[in-house]
Design a protein around this ligand. Structure first.
Ligand code: MN
Length: 202
């Protein structure tokens, strides 16, 4: 056994024929452009869930103030549990009484590229960046583009607390406020308030 996180899906894959099974095949190769999604979530407190596909799961952070396009803004990003890949297109209402109850929209999504250099010409594997608490990705979204860093700063001494920061590149823009000015879902065109209103209509 080679062991380590890179091979954690090897048994899963060896047991299945994905030409026959509709099950997710789990995980794309590193550095070829994996998915990211940012879901606006009107839970007990509003937040934006930032999720990066890493080795077959969506590694997730809850960002109370949402992402910024201003490199001077360091946004608290609280690590939450890994989500399955197909969660990226989830939009709807989590019922009252359930974990995370409230409306969810896909605020932005697209592919990302790993920007962090590793040994030689290779990129640092995303899983290693996650373990090391230093992630650098180039987002290719509809609303957000350019470099973003996620840093395990342990804000307030809490292991869960990372920071999400726009990297200072051509896509940086201190004047944009996309969470306010572009609130619509990139999948349905609806706002999180409109999705939440479905509940009243029932
Ligand atoms: Mn959430």
């Amino acid at each position: 056994m080679l062991g380590g996180r890179k091979n954690r899906l090897s048994d899963y894959k060896a047991r299945r024929d994905f030409r026959r099974s509709p099950e997710p095949s789990g995980g794309r190769k590193q550095g070829t452009g994996s998915r990211f999604v940012i879901q606006q979530h009107a839970a007990s407190s509003m937040h934006w869930d930032f999720r990066l596909e890493i080795e077959g799961v969506l590694v997730s952070w809850a960002v109370p103030k949402g992402p910024s396009t201003d490199p001077r803004e360091k946004r608290l990003a609280v690590r939450t549990e890994d989500h399955p890949i197909d969660y990226w297109e989830f939009e709807g209402i989590i019922p009252e009484g359930e974990y995370g109850a409230g409306a969810v929209i896909v605020w932005d999504t697209g592919r990302y590229r790993n920007l962090r250099a590793g040994d030689g010409d290779d990129a640092c594997p995303m899983a290693d960046s996650l373990d090391q608490g230093q992630i650098e990705v180039f987002l290719e979204g509809e609303k957000l583009t350019g470099g973003y860093a996620l840093v395990h700063a342990r804000v307030g001494g809490d292991e869960k607390n990372w920071l999400l920061v726009k990297m200072d590149d051509e896509q940086a823009d201190a004047r944009r406020r996309p969470t306010s000015t572009e609130p619509e879902s990139v999948l349905s065109g609806r706002t999180v308030e409109e999705v939440a209103d479905d509940k009243q209509a029932d």
